[in-house]
Design a protein around this ligand. Structure first.
Ligand code: SAH
Length: 501
């Protein structure tokens, strides 16, 4: 039977694709069905046909899967940010765990039996909502020319008016509404991409979950906002409902239903400490402009994270400016980096290299437990932040280099014969460069800890390291992004000297 675009079919969904879509077969023909949940029986409309497979989207759920839940966000299908919000959170975690496992088997060539032995259960979130500490909201107009802010609808620049994204901090809504009302009352126009006219482009909000400190930054197509003092007055006039700081007991930190409890135990009252504008007069998709002007308060917020189980005083502080990179899910980041630290197995005598170190989050975590840490990162501003963060924490055994990991490491190794007991890498999605992997092999650290946001490139890189004499000892997923298909993985490898090939 031939299928055509716009055909409506009924189909049983029995698998999940990498982007969270449901997968099923009709008469042997595979369909990838957007918004279908594994276990659903649905009516779907075909959107694209290829020879051996096609794409469709759900028109109607006939028999819902036992894993299907009512999506909490009314916009979730349009927005596309949460691809698997309609899937029960426990099932999301299983999906992520299987994705890691499948990639290690399929791409890395690892044995299923080995993974059964070494893979530890994925670390989930206590509360997979309101976990993001940063959001950038585009400002514009709807069809009736009403001023709105919200999110871009998936793959477009149409704004869905929604000030209450359930992944973001709870107080964003109050802040966004205050900014919109300031704009309306003072005749401040939103930027229009089509003409390049208008003033306010985006509203950036960042929240320190531990400190309770909140930053509001308006990205503007100009140098100055009219009636700036009105904006400040309005923002300072709100009493934020959100609360920050989570200090859970260790036992609550693993998955479970401690979400409510976490909220009850939260302590720091949220408060705005920084209001600024970012000047961006370019006609570009890049959100932030390079120049930041503080209108009120400080130019940064402070936040802190700590090693799980370590004393409260051992928190590592970070100064976060509108332009700094900082992990967007701070609670899970604590778990991720505590795991990386545990896998590094430090005794205080080690020399550690932290490649792709960003603002030094992992480096500073490790520094307290190592003799010396060297961080390498390509973005100069991030390294400035890393050095400043080391300074404010009184950490003086961490040194940072600007450059590509695949250039800095070989150069230091070849010219200065630097050594490493442990190497930690946390590369972007494309994984490590070959030259970086080769140098790691030449340096023969006792252990390698690989933190990855893409298990496919992780699997590819692990194969190179295993063929060069390492053994994978531990694998563990950490969910940083509930509702989405993304997952982080941490692995630990040990040198065993047995070269394959
Ligand atoms: N561990 C860091 C962030 C890791 S994200 C933290 O927690 O803050 C990956 C980082 O790698 C980014 O900061 C990116 O700028 C950097 N990067 C990308 N390519 C790189 C390269 N070739 N060499 C060094 N760093 C690189």
């Amino acid at each position: 039977m031939e299928y055509r675009k716009n055909d409506v079919v009924t189909i049983q969904i029995n698998d999940i694709g990498n982007d969270g879509e449901g997968i099923g077969k009709i008469d042997g023909y595979t369909l990838f069905v957007k918004d279908a949940v594994i276990g659903d029986f649905v009516e779907a409309k075909i959107t694209k046909v290829k020879k051996n497979y096609g794409y469709a989207r759900v028109e109607r759920v006939i028999t819902p899967s036992s894993f299907r839940v009512e999506p909490r966000c009314a916009y979730h299908r349009q927005c596309g940010g949460c691809q698997i919000q309609a899937m029960d959170y426990e099932r999301q975690l299983l999906f992520k765990e299987q994705k890691i496992r499948n990639n290690l088997i399929r791409i890395g060539g690892f044995e299923a039996a080995l993974l059964d032995e070494i893979m530890e259960p994925i670390v989930g979130m206590e509360n997979p909502w309101h976990y993001r500490n940063k959001a950038q909201f585009p400002v514009g107009y709807d069809k009736k020319e009403n001023l709105i802010t919200g999110f871009y609808a998936g793959r477009t620049h149409d704004i869905i008016p929604n000030t209450d994204c359930l992944l973001g901090a709870a107080e964003n809504k109050q802040i966004l509404e205050a900014v919109l009302s300031y704009m309306r009352e003072n005749g401040v126009l939103a930027y229009r991409e089509q003409t390049g006219k208008g003033l306010v482009r985006h509203i950036l909000i960042r929240t320190g979950f531990a400190s309770g400190e909140v930053m509001v930054c308006l990205v503007i197509n100009g140098r100055k906002l009219p009636a700036e003092e009105e904006l400040v007055k309005r923002l300072m006039g709100i009493s934020l409902t959100g609360i920050g700081a989570v200090s859970l007991n260790e036992t609550d930190r693993l998955r479970g239903d401690a979400g409510e409890k976490a909220e009850a135990e939260n302590v720091a009252q949220k408060r705005i400490v920084s209001i600024s504008v970012s000047v961006n007069t370019e006609r570009t998709n890049v959100i932030m402009g390079k120049e930041i002007r503080v209108l009120w308060g400080r130019g940064y917020i402070e936040d802190s994270i700590r090693v799980l189980g370590a004393a409260e005083e051992s928190r590592i502080k970070f100064h976060i400016s509108p332009l700094s990179f900082y992990q967007v899910n701070p609670l899970q980041t604590e778990k991720l980096y505590s795991l990386a630290l545990a896998y590094a197995g430090l005794t205080g005598r080690e020399t550690v290299w932290d490649l792709y170190c960003g603002i030094g989050t992992i480096s500073l975590f490790l520094a307290k437990y190592a003799k010396k840490v060297y961080g390498v990162e390509i973005i100069p501003q991030a390294i400035e932040d890393a050095r400043e963060n080391a300074r404010i924490n009184g950490i003086n055994n961490a040194e940072f280099y600007v450059g590509k990991a695949e250039e800095v490491l070989p150069e230091k190794y070849e010219k200065e014969a630097v050594r490493a007991d442990v190497i930690v890498v946390d590369p972007p999605r494309k994984g490590c460069d070959d030259r970086c992997l080769e140098t790691m092999l030449a340096m023969k650290p006792k252990r390698i800890v690989y933190v990855s946001c893409d298990s496919a490139t992780l699997a590819r890189d692990l194969r190179v390291l295993v063929d060069g004499g390492y053994e994978v000892k531990k694998v563990r997923g950490v969910d940083q992004f509930g509702g989405t298909v993304h997952v982080e993985v941490v692995i630990m490898m040990q040198y065993c000297g047995k070269k394959k090939n």
